[in-house]
Design a protein around this ligand. Structure first.
Ligand SMILES: Nc1ncnc2c1ncn2[C@@H]1O[C@H](COP(=O)(O)OP(=O)(O)OP(=O)(O)O)[C@@H](O)[C@H]1O
Length: 259
């Protein structure tokens, strides 16, 4: 289908917490397949913006449209079903569950077998379980985690936990994947590998990706377009080169490295 309709349209969106306008009048349009960066100083409103896209917070102004359908007011699980999944700034895995189970949990709701057949342990349930397990292992392979499938998630090194979170988000078959600081705590080699992996999964799964990241090398290296938030307002958008040279961005990051 050829259409000019953006995958995601964020129209004059904002949110107020008591007296604080954490995000104000944000307008964003993202086309299917784009890999977008969202940057800004600490406290700029980036995570709050993701929280609005995923139904954790309901915007107090404006609307969020996915494929033309309004998302505001839907609970997070409905938004996941509609095609948005995410990772978190602070890793949120089920530490006591195995690596494999962490992925299986993510797409349990998408599995074809019914709750009844699962309760009765009918053959359909086993077919469903087997299918789920095979698919989960496929995701783990992409992230080079299949060798740790029976390990408790909490025992993985930090960088691998971050990769497992992305694997789990992908297992919900999103159209739009939101990554909140995916390279946080990673060493330069892990960050480099992650950059390549993000590009790869975007192509492999026809994804659209928005990533929040403080690692400028990652953002500039992998994103085609970048939006910049400062004090809850969008102050710039453009290609990495345009953003690097934008005086407003340089000012917002005064004292921080932009290139
Ligand atoms: N539930 C809430 N109640 C009150 N204030 C909130 C709430 N959530 C976020 N805020 C405020 O909104 C502002 C934006 O915070 P947010 O975490 O979105 O910034 P950020 O750009 O993601 O920062 P960082 O890069 O440090 O993660 C902050 O002032 C924060 O204190």
């Amino acid at each position: 289908m050829t259409t000019n309709q953006p995958l995601l349209k964020v129209d004059h969106v904002g949110i107020q917490f008591g007296g604080l306008k954490a995000v104000s009048d944000v307008n964003i349009e993202i086309k299917k397949g784009e890999l977008i960066g969202l940057i800004g100083p600490n406290g700029a409103g980036k995570t709050t913006f993701f929280n609005m896209l995923t139904g954790v917070y309901v915007p107090t102004e404006g609307s969020i449209l996915l494929n033309g359908a309004k998302l505001n007011g839907l609970p997070p699980f409905k938004i996941t079903q509609k095609g948005i999944s995410r990772t978190f700034q602070n890793i949120r895995l089920f530490g006591e569950l195995s690596v494999l189970d962490n992925v299986k949990v993510a797409y349990h709701s998408l599995a074809k077998h019914s709750i009844l057949s699962s309760m009765l342990r009918l053959p359909g349930h086993f077919a469903g379980e087997k299918e789920m397990e095979d698919k989960a292992i496929e995701f783990l392979k992409i992230f080079h985690l299949e060798g740790f499938k029976d390990e408790k998630a909490k025992n993985l090194p930090y960088g691998q936990q971050r990769r497992l979170e992305i694997a789990r988000a992908l297992a919900a078959y999103p159209e739009l994947l939101l990554l909140d600081e995916p390279a946080a705590g990673m060493n330069p080699q892990e960050t480099h590998d992650l950059m390549e992996l993000i590009s790869f999964i975007r192509d492999q799964f026809n994804l659209t990706v928005i990533l929040i990241e403080h690692d400028m090398a990652l953002v500039m290296g992998v994103c085609e377009r970048i939006y910049v938030l400062d004090h809850g307002q969008l102050i710039a958008q453009g290609t990495p080169k345009e953003i690097r040279n934008n005086p407003k961005v340089i000012e917002a990051y005064l004292g921080e490295e932009v290139s």
